[in-house]
Design a protein around this ligand. Sequence first.
Ligand SMILES: Cc1ncc(COP(=O)(O)O)c(C=O)c1O
Length: 441
Amino acid sequence: MLTIPTRTAPPPRTPDTVPAEASDRRPTAVFDRRESAVRSYCRSLDAVLSSASGSLLRDESGAEWIDFLAGAGSLNYGHNHPVLRDALVDYIAGDGVAQGLDLHTAAKRDFLESLELIVLAPRGLDYRVQFTGPTGTNAVEAALKLARLVTGRSGVAAFTNAFHGASLGSLSVTGNSTMRMADLQPLSRVSRLAYDGYFGPDVDTSALIEKEFDDPSSGVDLPAAIIVEAVQGEGGLSAASIGWLRRIAELARRHGSLLIVDDIQAGCGRTGDFFSFEQAGIRPDLVVLSKSISGFGLPMSLLLISPEYDQWRPGQHNGTFRGNGHAFVTARAALEHFWSTPAFALDVARRARLARETLDDLADRIPGAQVKGRGLMVGIDVADPELAARIRVGCLHRGLLLETCGPRDEVVKLMPPLTTPDELLADGLRRLEAATERAIR
Ligand SMILES: Cc1ncc(COP(=O)(O)O)c(C=O)c1O
């Protein structure tokens, strides 16, 4: 049994005072011994990562991977981008404020001004910004709560295969029953709507939803909000069509439900535009952003609110970490560096075409496979979870880190940093091709 040493006399670390398993010298031993069984991503990569730059990740032994996971979409601008890193180092060296309460700070002011000037004003959006707790699910919770406050309705509507986070409110609108721990959690007041294409290409699910909403005796109560991802990141890279998104937006408007777009994964340039809903020309009532908004992998999460719905009373939704000082600095640097001109979005679109060409070609060689996603949030649904897992493992062995997604993990998912140089992108795609060829043999 582990002996807990007293504080006053720290004992030498001898075999008597540390658990027997501590003699295990594997570099990952302490994770197995000490870290909760709940850990997940590390189970597919048995390495101890120690440095990273751009689209490359390295471990302690010097092994290197091309990173097509990008911190699950939180590193759209790659690892340690020098412009962001220098801004942060200067800020820290100058004793910049790092607290996370909603006190006014120069760093927050500069970020808000950049967001206003570079993102909101050019798109004709006049959202108010609420800084919520630090991670994506905190912004989703705030959005659901605000929609209920504004409409006085308690139910919300969410889509099949959606993923919105792991806290209870967000889980209630998530599809995946394992994530929801469906047998245990009493999560209610959610109507589940069929996402675009859920019943195949010939069924317009927006027409089905319209019918249910329009019919007062359909049994579907009008919701406070409809929450939707324009591209379902975890649910399998299903991308809603422009027409479908417009019809859902119109339906929400007509029935007094707030439209929440969850842009946590698909936002910040991942689909090509800053917001994933721009091509559809819709204006959601609420938008949630997180993951890559700080640009540097720092925790930051925000809710964009149409001004008429900013009906919070001061302090009504609170928290200690609601705006990380360091994240403001890197977020502002990212907006200014990447989004001040259209050049970056054009670059992303070009790289997305390169990826798509290879994936289309590859999908043709796999029976029943199809390419899914939009922009640089793309992948191949290989229709077989075991095949997808073999491809993922084969990629790892070839120095390419990526993940699978979808209801049964049957989609091989590519989320390279948007800044990945063309040659490295092509190199990663070649490794994927080799791993896939091998896996289908
Ligand atoms: C679309 C979407 N919403 C919400 C979340 C939850 O974000 P977080 O894991 O930061 O709480 C995620 C995370 O993957 C996501 O992809």
